[in-house]
Design a protein. Structure first.
Ligand SMILES: Cc1ncc(C[n+]2csc(CCOP(=O)(O)OP(=O)(O)O)c2C)c(N)n1
Lengths: 325, 332
């Protein structure tokens, strides 16, 4: 099977959907001439022209709001926001407008739009360029949230997102852009709300979100040499969430660790832990464990940053403790 | 042109210090001393130096992602700056901030910023406090806040909301826009339907002036007028300084969006050789200027030496400084 990078997979999805549907267009800061600060939209301007690949001013709230308006009258915009941190600047449009437009209008508004945005710490980028803000939006009904970890899922989920009826925040992890994976030449779509078992095992379930997937798989490999068999689950979308796959795995293994790069408190792990407590408490042989960023802003100096961010070693240590308990 | 030669020499020193600091930081980053990205200020030195020269030590500034020049012009210690870039304990923020978040409250530097336009409302808030409390400047009149920002930032909602507040409440604030013609890779004329950004001032009932941002004296004069207005309680001013950045948006930027020719045209208007010429024309001896350069070089050696020799922060230091009241650690 052919291989592609995560970044190329996303570009393919955009290209194919733009070719397929003239109502799809791309807008964002430096997405045209520059091809995006992470190079994801490279070549799209040359291919589709300035009517469909719009370089915008630095106006996140305006851009997201404009995408909403365009969606309301039938377009399918794909907005790029450079850093998840800057979603804060577009917060009002996302939270008060985009998320609620369909509901408040009694179902009249169709908000088919995607906000592509980067997440995660690229290293020494400090507190306003390193956040993993997925959880900020878990608490906002009306938004769908995708967090793919492989090229295949990135392409397949993005295509589903673009074709869908609802607004999607599509988180792309910066450290994954250069990673490679299998990607067939034929059409790829991945449904929302279906988790993927990335590795099967019996002793412990690791639910790994976004950029934590490669770390979890690495940890699982190390743990297997110690006789600990891990099942690694990637939910792929956080809203909708594939509850049943997670619960099924936890019922099998009796132990669960949730790995995510966002801050621990009120994070994705809190929601998953609550779900597991509600639906699988009696199957648990050990408390639910979260491996996440410490509850401080991400510091600049690498020594402190490494201490704050969750690592492969943190997963291994936590997993050992869970299995021995 | 008649200017105070002592003052002129000080401006020269600051501009050279900024330029050399940036060049040295770029070099040290390549060598591995500096782990993070930097957005070099090279080419825009006359804006920071001319504007800050019009401020008193007790006035405050807010800065941007391209902030090293602003900090140095407001009196920032290049040793602590270099140490911060290296992520060391002795750095301005103890290694927590890096290039994007350097701050020195004692010098009235309320911080660089990673968010485009993030500092503009902050400057308005400081000016509001000065007005509410009637804070007097050491130079007489009200204390003043000055916000530095780029042309790209004038397209943010935060910019417009901040200017509206300042105009409405006639706050002692100066908005200093460094129009370097680009926001990352997008030219200014593709980001806004106007190119003379000082026109933006009109909707907020404040004067808007455009100056040659590569002429340190012109920047100084324009900012002095704005500061006088602010001190007198007559409200804000918007200044647009026309300038150019000679390096990429960030160090390593391939700069596909502009031509070598365009950069060369602007290099011919480099603010530093220009000011050197002006000083020589006033009778300053070349040897005096060479001395300034030697002094700057020595200071930067010290800065790099401090950065190299300072210990990195301890990993656990990351847990400190999130809150003022930590409730015996329960807050974590
Ligand atoms: C809210 C926000 N959006 C986008 C960015 C990414 N970004 C950093 S600098 C920059 C360009 C800023 O242009 P301008 O204000 O003209 O300042 P200059 O870089 O030219 O000094 C952009 C888009 C950011 N840091 N913050």
């Amino acid at each position: 099977m052919p291989w592609a990078t995560y970044s190329a997979a996303i570009r393919q999805a955009l290209e194919e959907e733009m070719r397929r549907d003239p109502s799809v267009f791309v807008l964002g800061e430096d997405v045209g001439v520059m091809g995006g600060v992470f190079g994801v939209t490279e070549g799209l301007l040359a291919h589709f022209g300035a009517q469909r690949v719009l370089d915008t001013p630095i106006s996140e709230n305006g851009i997201v709001g404009a995408a909403l308006g365009a969606a309301m009258v039938g377009m399918r915009p794909v907005v790029e926001i450079m850093f998840g941190d800057f979603l804060g600047c577009a917060g009002d449009q996302i939270i008060n407008q985009v998320a609620k437009a369909r509901y408040m209008s009694g179902g009249k508004a169709r908000v088919s739009m995607v906000i592509r945005v980067t997440t995660g710490a690229p290293g020494a980028a400090a507190a306003q360029h390193s956040q993993s803000p997925e959880a900020w939006f878990l608490n906002v009904p009306g938004l769908k949230i995708a967090a793919p970890a492989t090229p295949y899922d990135a392409k397949g989920l993005l295509k589903t997102a673009i074709r869908g009826e609802d607004p999607v925040i599509f988180f792309e992890h910066k450290r994954l852009y250069a990673t490679k994976g299998e990607l067939p030449d034929e059409e790829v779509t991945v449904p929302f709300g279906v988790a993927r078992v990335a590795r099967s095992g019996d002793d412990l379930t690791i639910v790994a979100i976004s950029g934590m997937l490669p770390l979890a798989l690495e940890a699982a490999e190390v743990l297997s040499t110690e006789g600990i068999s891990c099942e690694v689950i990637d939910p792929r979308t956080l809203v909708p969430l594939d509850n049943s796959s997670i619960i099924r795995s936890v019922r099998k293994t009796g132990r669960v660790l949730i790995a995510y790069e966002g801050h621990q408190r009120g994070g994705v792990g809190a929601e998953l832990a609550a779900l597991i407590a509600e639906e699988a408490l009696e199957y648990l042989d050990a408390p639910v464990k979260r491996v996440a960023a410490r509850n401080v802003p991400i510091p600049y100096a690498p020594e402190m940053e490494r201490f704050v961010l969750p690592s492969t070693q943190d997963i291994i240590t936590a997993a050992r403790a869970l299995v021995l308990s | 042109m008649g200017f105070d030669v002592e003052l002129g020499l000080e401006w020269y020193r600051q501009m050279v210090l900024i330029r050399q600091f940036e060049l040295r930081a770029i070099e040290e980053r390549k060598k591995g001393l500096i782990p993070g990205f930097i957005h070099p200020y090279i080419g825009q030195e006359a804006c920071a130096v001319g504007a800050c020269a019009a401020l008193a030590p007790d006035d405050v500034i807010t800065s941007t992602h391209r902030g090293h020049g602003h900090l140095i012009a407001k009196g920032g210690d290049v040793r602590r700056m270099m140490a911060e870039l290296a992520g060391r304990q002795t750095g301005y923020c103890g290694g927590k901030g890096g290039s994007l978040h350097m701050t020195d409250f004692e010098l009235g530097i309320l911080g660089a910023n990673g968010i485009v336009a993030g500092g503009i409302p902050m400057a308005v808030g400081a000016a509001l406090a000065f007005q509410l409390r009637g804070d007097r400047s050491s130079q007489g009149g009200l204390r003043v806040a000055l916000a530095f920002f780029g042309d790209g930032a004038t397209n943010q909602g935060a910019f417009h909301e901040a200017l509206n507040l300042a105009g409405l409440w006639r706050l002692p604030v100066v908005f200093f826009c460094e129009n370097n013609l680009y926001g990352e890779g997008t030219p200014q004329h593709k980001q806004a339907p106007i190119t003379r950004l000082s026109q933006r001032a009109a909707s907020y009932a404040m004067p808007g002036v455009t100056v040659d941002g590569n002429d340190v004296e012109a920047v100084y004069q324009a900012t002095c007028q704005a500061v006088q207005r602010a001190r007198a309680g007559d409200g804000p001013t918007f200044i647009e300084g026309l300038t150019y950045r000679y390096r990429g948006h960030y160090e390593g930027d391939p700069q596909v969006y502009r031509s070598r020719d365009e950069v060369a045209q602007w290099e011919a208007r480099d603010p530093i050789p220009r000011w050197r010429q002006a000083l020589l024309a006033q009778g300053v001896l070349p040897a005096t200027l060479d001395d300034v350069e030697r002094h700057v070089a020595a200071l930067l050696e010290e800065a790099v030496a401090l950065a190299r020799s300072s210990p990195p922060p301890r990993p656990e230091d990351a847990l400190e400084g999130v809150y003022g009241d930590t409730h015996d650690g329960r807050v974590f």
